[in-house]
Design a protein around this ligand. Structure first.
Ligand code: ADP
Length: 504
């Protein structure tokens, strides 16, 4: 009968997303190998970028800092007061970036706009740092016209690919996300911002160039309970990436690359590494692969690139599910979204899916739908059916239809969580973080992003996989604490500015 054929088909597709204990363990081994490769040379699969941030906070840090965030559609400016007891207060403003500045002729047009937003923020929220007196003094004497205590240190979160060569120095490799200003490529983005800040005579020093995962790690380390230092900051949002604390002596490429000429504080013996783990196993030696993954990749703008990210993050999970659903809709033997119990080959069988449904368009299914379906425990899966009707042009889906969709959505989400566990486990194991300290000591991990925040039981699926990895096991899993780190790009950037000032 109809409902059994549908259930069997959904189970068959869901099974394609199973990611076994053995595969998880193979993944961890490969991840550790690729981490080591990246620490040793430029151009490895995982970039393992040295950040020149050589310590993480413990919650006692104090002071008033500024942070700005350029990463997409908005420019955020904020000031952060660190109270020194793991808490902070944050004041912020947000403006959309005018479209014409994203594709301007010169860097000056964009960066002078950013500096003007900083000026406006100072005037509005920090009159004590900004008045005509300081402005006049600055214009007379240049940047040196301010006393050191009058100067705001600023952390610049810049979420585009940069070649970082110092804590406040990095050149743009290429623009992404709709930005395209030829003139900026190859230039130091901190120097570009500082130049425009100086032109306005503002008492602001660009102290640190910040990647958002590093910000997440710093923010979590400052706010983590019990003043525990955090090992790893990880993002599971539009994309996925992680940054962790590595021993300086393991970062062997620091001795052989341009980095060796930079000055940084070596006394801690550590440096935060931005893994860029989205590109783990681009060669597909151990990652799970289904027809849906392959088609998604082939039709993406960057085939063969970011293969780990394409199986984990919010930008892609909806598209994987969409392709799986469409494969069933197009299979004449499977009665998905059909309103009678005749065979699909029967010309009288009518479909309930609109021809213009977003389900037929690339990227048409948003990952938030996975959270709705996977979390739907209501009678007859009402929430899932409602979303199918309102958002995806499927009228009057049956409870069986919704159950088929729910089953596949849950399988896609669970595989993503188990893959996330591979990255987390590899960092914990390769840094020997469970080997040191008391068996009651926790290993703290800060996470951010809609997927980990909103996908039902994402953390529990990660933990289940961690227990299946012998070098972690149920004992180790209990010692791993995972906490949401909010405002990474604000408080995290402020903390990096603080660390940078100390190293001066
Ligand atoms: P970003 O990573 O860009 O800073 P987010 O962490 O909010 O921002 O991630 C946005 C991504 O998360 C988008 O790809 C979106 O489809 C997805 N997303 C939004 N809401 C949810 C949700 N409730 N459950 C799962 N994914 C979601």
């Amino acid at each position: 009968p109809r409902s059994m054929a549908l259930a069997a088909a959904a189970q068959r597709v869901a099974a394609e997303f199973e990611y076994s204990k053995e595969a998880v363990n193979r993944g961890v081994d490969a991840f550790i190998t690729q981490m080591h490769e990246g620490l040793g040379k430029q151009g490895a699969t995982m970039s393992q970028i040295p950040t020149y941030v050589t310590g993480v906070p413990n919650g006692t840090e104090k002071g008033l800092y500024m942070a700005v965030d350029l990463g997409g559609t908005n420019f955020r400016v904020c000031s952060i007061q660190l109270h020194g007891n793991s808490t902070f207060s944050l004041t912020q403003s947000k403006v959309p970036i005018p479209k014409d500045l994203m594709v301007a002729q010169t860097s000056h047009e964009l960066f002078s706009f950013l500096a003007k937003q900083i000026q406006l923020f100072l005037k509005t929220h920090h009159g004590e740092h900004y008045n005509t007196h300081t402005e006049r003094r600055a214009s007379m004497a240049g940047f040196g016209g301010f006393r050191e205590e009058e100067i705001f240190s600023l952390g610049f979160t810049f979420s585009f690919p940069v070649q970082q060569v110092g804590i406040n120095k990095g050149t743009l490799i290429r623009w992404t996300k709709g930005f395209d200003i030829h003139d900026t490529v190859g230039k130091d983005v901190c120097a570009l911002l500082q130049k425009e800040i100086d032109a306005l005579g503002l008492p602001v020093r660009v102290s640190a160039l910040v990647n958002d995962t590093v910000g997440t790690l710093m923010a979590r380390s400052y706010t983590s309970p019990g003043k525990t230092r955090t090992l790893l900051g990880a993002i599971f949002g539009t994309g996925t990436n992680g940054a962790y604390v590595e021993k300086l002596s393991n970062i062997t490429k620091l001795n052989t690359t341009a980095g060796s000429s930079s000055n940084y504080d070596k006394s801690t013996g550590e440096m935060i590494i931005n893994t860029e783990w989205g590109s783990f196993d681009n060669q597909l030696s151990v990652l799970p692969d289904t027809p849906y993954d392959r088609d998604l990749d082939r039709e993406s703008v960057n085939p063969g690139i970011q293969m780990f990210e394409k199986r984990i993050s919010g930008m892609f999970l909806g598209e994987i599910l969409r392709r799986a659903i469409v494969s069933l809709v197009q299979d004449p033997a499977v009665p998905l979204f059909h309103d009678d119990d005749s065979s699909r080959n029967d010309v009288h069988s009518t479909t309930q899916i609109d021809a213009t449904s977003p389900l037929y368009k690339q990227w048409g299914l948003d990952t938030s739908f996975l959270s709705i379906a996977a979390g739907d425990s209501g009678l007859g899966l009402k929430a899932t059916r409602q979303s199918l009707d309102n958002d995806y042009g499927v009228s009057a889906a049956s409870a069986e239809d919704a159950e088929a969709v729910r089953l596949i959505a849950a399988a896609v989400g669970k595989r993503a969580a188990r893959l996330s566990a591979v990255a987390i486990a590899a960092v914990v194991i390769s840094t020997a973080s469970l080997a040191t300290g008391d068996k009651d000591d926790v290993v703290d991990i800060g996470v951010d992003g809609s997927l980990v925040e909103f996908y039902p039981n994402f953390e529990e699926y990660i933990r289940e996989a961690l227990r299946e990895i012998p070098r972690i096991g149920p004992e180790g899993e209990k010692r791993i604490r995972i906490g949401i780190a909010k405002d990474g790009s604000g408080v995290g950037a402020a903390l990096i500015a603080l660390v940078a000032d100390r190293a001066m």
